[in-house]
Design a protein around this ligand. Structure first.
Ligand code: TXA
Ligand code: MG
Length: 353
């Protein structure tokens, strides 16, 4: 059933106070509102309203065992959501909240199992985006907010991406600026002895090690889990983005990448099979390549790669790309998050030169 979706303009929470009020009103009534955060846009609903959360799963087409992140605006909102928190939680919150870090902790009874995908743990994050914070505060409730894309498409980093995916399926989309970080938050589990990174993001393993003294990175971040392995984070089981094109990650120097792509493109041209061939590359690669190119940033500017990643993946779908050779990012700093997302988009196809 189609809904009437409102576009609510909030660029500045003070100047656009009426928009904040309207978004909060819809959320308190159990509505679904796409809101900006510093990482990606989220599809928000009252985290403690199971019916509203069920509607989020439905609008996204998301499997109901894939849990949601609960967003708070103030540290005081945390205790009511969790049954307990180890000392590392306070240290990490001091260091990285508000910001792109999500902590997995034992859930309190206040958080419905619908929100946690049936798990006894809950993922909590305090975003730094002023619009997200203003909307959470005005709603007065913690907000469950998965990325505001249809399940299987790249996370949205502009309000237009939200409109493309969710118009007619949600109550409102907030019109605001493009997301500054561009990849989803770091998810760290504090359920074990040592913090474990379940999903890399802008807060790096090194950042967490510095604060907590130790950290591990889940195998699934860089490796395909065996069919029968239990995933520590349900999201790892799912192929995140299923671009229509077959993506391959090509790891190597600028000249090796160019030689590989030019060779393959030449073959495709001779066979008359070059339609839909693209090189998703760095700015510096463009002049060396014979194939059509689409750049996702400068080779050593990991932050810009993160910022552009999802928009470029969406553009490739619009271009009806069929075969894409991606110049693999360095898996360092936020580049690890970019590599992790691309690895999944490429269904783990990697060529190392
Ligand atoms: O940056 C972000 O985190 C964005 C913005 C909107 O805040 N949100 C986001 O949500 O990316 P989503 O739902 O697309 O991804 C949440 C991830 C999933 O991989 C999910 O499996 C994992 O967090 N997760 C949530 N709760 C969990 C839990 N209790 N235990 C383990 N993993 C959990
Ligand atoms: Mg998502």
């Amino acid at each position: 059933m189609m809904k009437k979706t409102e576009l609510i303009k909030i660029y500045d929470p003070q100047q656009d106070a009426e928009g904040v009020r309207r978004a909060a009103e819809l959320l308190r009534q159990g509505g679904l509102v796409a809101i900006p955060t510093e990482t990606v846009y989220g599809l928000a609903a009252d985290a403690c309203n199971a019916e509203a959360v069920r509607a989020v799963y439905a609008a996204k087409g998301r499997p109901s065992d894939n849990p949601m992140i609960v967003h708070i605006a103030d540290r005081e909102m945390l205790p009511e959501l969790v049954a307990s928190a180890p000392p590392a939680a306070a240290l990490l919150a001091d260091a990285f909240w508000p910001g792109p870090l999500t902590m997995v902790l034992p859930r309190s009874q206040r958080v419905p199992l619908t929100t946690t995908g049936g798990l006894e743990s809950v993922a909590v994050r305090m975003p730094s985006h002023p619009v997200a914070r203003a909307v959470i505060r005005a709603a007065g409730v913690p907000l469950a907010a998965p990325s505001a894309n249809r399940s299987g498409s790249p996370s949205p980093t502009t309000y237009r991406h939200c409109i493309d995916d969710l118009w007619g399926l949600v109550d409102a989309v907030v019109e605001s600026d493009d997301c500054a970080v561009g990849v989803e938050s770091t998810v760290v589990s504090l359920l074990g002895e040592v913090p474990q990174i379940l999903r890399p993001g802008a807060v790096t393993p090194e950042d967490i090690r510095r604060v907590c003294g130790g950290v591990t990175v889940a195998d699934a971040v860089l490796h395909l889990l065996p069919q029968d392995a239990a995933a520590p984070s349900p999201g790892m089981k799912y192929k995140h983005y299923a671009p229509a094109a077959a993506l391959t990650l090509v790891a190597g120097s600028q000249s090796d990448y160019a030689a590989y792509v030019n060779g393959l493109y030449g073959e495709r041209c001779r066979a008359g099979e070059d339609g839909g061939f693209y090189a998703m590359c760095f700015d510096e690669d463009v002049s060396l390549l014979q194939a059509p190119t689409i750049s996702y940033g400068a080779a050593y500017d990991y932050a810009s790669q993160a910022q552009n990643l999802f928009d470029v993946l969406r553009q490739l779908d619009k271009l009806e790309a069929a075969e894409v050779c991606v110049h693999a990012p360095e898996p360092e700093e936020i580049g690890l998050a970019v590599y992790n997302r691309l690895l999944r988009a490429a269904a783990f196809r990697v060529v190392k030169l």
